[in-house]
Design a protein around this ligand. Structure first.
Ligand SMILES: *Cc1c(COP(=O)(O)O)cnc(C)c1O
Length: 394
C-alpha cells in the first residue's frame, strides 16, 4: 500500500491534500523522501516561526520531555507561568494569560470571557459578538459561526450558537452595535480571507469608540501574533490596546499551543474555564524557546531587515508580472499576491510545488507567503527564483 492509499483508506478525507512526503526540514528548506528540496514559504501556515529543525527549540523540547511532559493544571506549572509573564511583558499590556491548544480554542476562551463580562457589566446581559466578512476564527461549532464567511456556515452542522453577526467593513460595525452587543472580534490582517490588512486609523477609531461604550475589542492574533507582522503583536503595530487578544500558530514553533490574554483578569472565576492539555510543560517550554529565539532577532533589527528584503522581492515580482497579479498585499512576513483569477492562483501554487517551492492559498484569489521568521536571504533568493520559474511555465 502506498502512503497515499493508506491516507485515503484510514484518514478521514477532510482535506484536499498534496501527497509530497516530507521527511526532513532544515531552516526554511524541506526535503521529501527522494531527497528533493523545497523552499518553504508556508511554514505550516505561519506555525514554524523559527524554521524547521531549529536547534534551540529542539533542545528545549528534548530537555523538557526528559524532565516532565505533562501534569494536570491542578498543579502549578513553572514554564507556563514563565511563558505567561514573557508574553505579557513583550506585549506591553497589563494582561493575564490562559493557555489552550489551538487558535479556535483560544477564540472560544475569548468569547467566554466576553459573555461573562457582558453579564457582569450591564444591567441586561449582553452576549452578541460582531465579526467581519472574510474573517476566519476557527472550526469549532462556535468559532465557525463567528467566522464571517457564509461558505463555512453549512447547514449540516446546525443548529449553531446564537449571538454572532457579520459586517462588511469596519465602518459598518458602528451601526450594527445594539444594546445586546458585548464585543467586536477582528483580525488586523485577515489571513485566510486574503492577507488583507485594515487601515491603522480606522482600527484606532473603532477601538476608541468601543472603549467609550464599554464594548470589548477582541483581536484575533492567531496568525498575526508572535512577530509575524514585524512587531510582537499586530496590536502593537496598530498602537491599540485591545481587551482580549488570542494567539496560537507561531507561538509553539510547531508544538500545539493557543493563548487568550486579557486585561479583564478576574472576569473568569476558578472552575469556569479549563483545559486538560492547555499550557502543559512541553508546549509552554517550546513557546518560551520560540520567544527567546525571536526576541533578539527583533531587537537586533535582523527581523526588520529580512522583512524588508522579502517584501522588496515580492513587490518586484508583482510589478513585473502584472499579467497574473492585481496587486501585492499584506504586512510584515504575512504577505500575498492577488491573482487575477482563481485558475491562475491554483496553477501557480501547483507549478511552484513542481519547482520546489511551498506557497499557500488564501481567499480573494490570493497566493499567500508566510515564511519562517528565521528564513535566510539565500533561501528567500532561491524561493523567488523558483517562483519565477513557476510563473514562466504557466
Ligand atoms: C488559523 C486561525 C485560527 C484557527 O486556529 P486553529 O489552531 O486551526 O484552531 C483562528 N483565527 C485565525 C486568524 C487563524 O488564522
Amino acid at each position: 500500500m502506498t502512503l497515499e492509499q493508506q491516507d485515503k483508506q484510514y484518514v478521514l478525507q477532510t482535506y484536499t491534500r498534496d501527497y509530497t512526503n516530507f521527511v526532513k526540514g532544515v531552516g526554511a528548506t524541506l526535503y521529501d523522501e527522494n531527497a528533493k528540496d523545497y523552499i518553504d514559504f508556508a511554514a505550516g501556515i505561519a506555525v514554524n516561526s523559527v524554521g524547521h529543525g531549529n536547534e534551540k527549540l529542539v533542545a528545549a523540547i528534548c530537555e523538557q520531555a526528559r524532565n516532565i511532559i505533562h501534569i494536570s493544571n491542578l498543579q502549578v506549572i513553572e514554564p507556563q507561568a514563565k511563558l505567561a509573564q514573557k508574553i505579557v511583558e513583550l506585549s506591553g499590556y497589563d494582561m493575564g494569560v490562559f493557555f489552550a491548544n489551538s487558535g479556535a480554542e483560544a477564540n472560544e476562551g475569548a468569547i467566554k470571557i466576553a459573555r461573562k463580562y457582558g453579564e457582569n457589566t450591564f444591567d441586561k446581559k449582553r452576549y452578541k459578538v460582531i465579526t467581519l466578512e472574510h474573517s476566519f476564527h476557527g472550526r469549532t461549532i462556535t468559532t465557525v459561526k463567528a467566522t464571517g464567511q457564509a461558505s463555512f456556515h453549512v447547514p449540516h452542522f446546525s443548529p449553531y450558537p446564537e449571538g454572532f453577526s457579520y459586517e462588511k467593513t469596519i465602518a459598518d460595525v458602528y451601526g450594527a452595535i445594539d444594546d445586546e452587543t458585548v464585543a467586536v472580534m477582528i483580525e488586523l490582517v485577515q489571513g485566510e480571507g486574503g492577507v488583507q490588512p485594515f487601515e491603522k486609523e480606522e482600527v484606532q477609531a473603532l477601538a476608541k469608540h468601543l472603549k467609550e461604550k464599554n464594548i470589548l475589542l477582541i483581536v484575533d492574533e492567531v496568525q498575526t501574533g508572535v512577530y509575524r507582522t514585524g512587531e510582537f503583536l499586530a496590536s502593537n503595530l496598530y498602537e491599540i490596546e485591545p481587551d482580549i487578544i488570542t494567539l496560537a500558530k507561531g507561538l509553539g514553533g510547531g508544538v500545539p499551543i493557543g493563548a487568550v490574554m486579557t486585561k479583564h483578569k478576574t472576569t473568569l472565576s476558578a472552575g469556569e474555564h479549563g483545559s486538560t492539555f492547555g499550557g502543559n510543560y512541553l508546549s509552554t517550554a517550546a513557546g518560551m524557546a520560540v520567544l527567546e529565539i525571536l526576541q533578539p532577532l527583533y531587537e537586533s533589527g535582523e527581523l526588520g531587515e529580512i522583512l524588508i528584503y522579502f517584501t522588496q522581492k515580492l513587490q518586484d515580482i508583482a510589478t513585473r508580472y502584472t499579467q497574473f497579479f492585481e496587486k501585492e498585499v499584506g504586512l510584515g512576513l504575512m504577505r500575498g499576491l492577488r491573482a487575477k483569477t482563481a485558475e491562475i492562483q491554483v496553477s501557480i501554487i501547483k507549478n511552484s510545488m513542481k519547482e520546489g517551492l511551498v506557497v499557500l492559498k488564501a481567499g480573494r484569489n490570493t497566493i499567500r507567503f508566510l515564511p519562517s521568521l528565521t528564513i535566510s536571504k539565500n533561501e528567500i533568493d532561491e524561493g523567488f527564483k523558483r517562483f519565477e520559474n513557476a510563473l514562466r511555465s504557466l
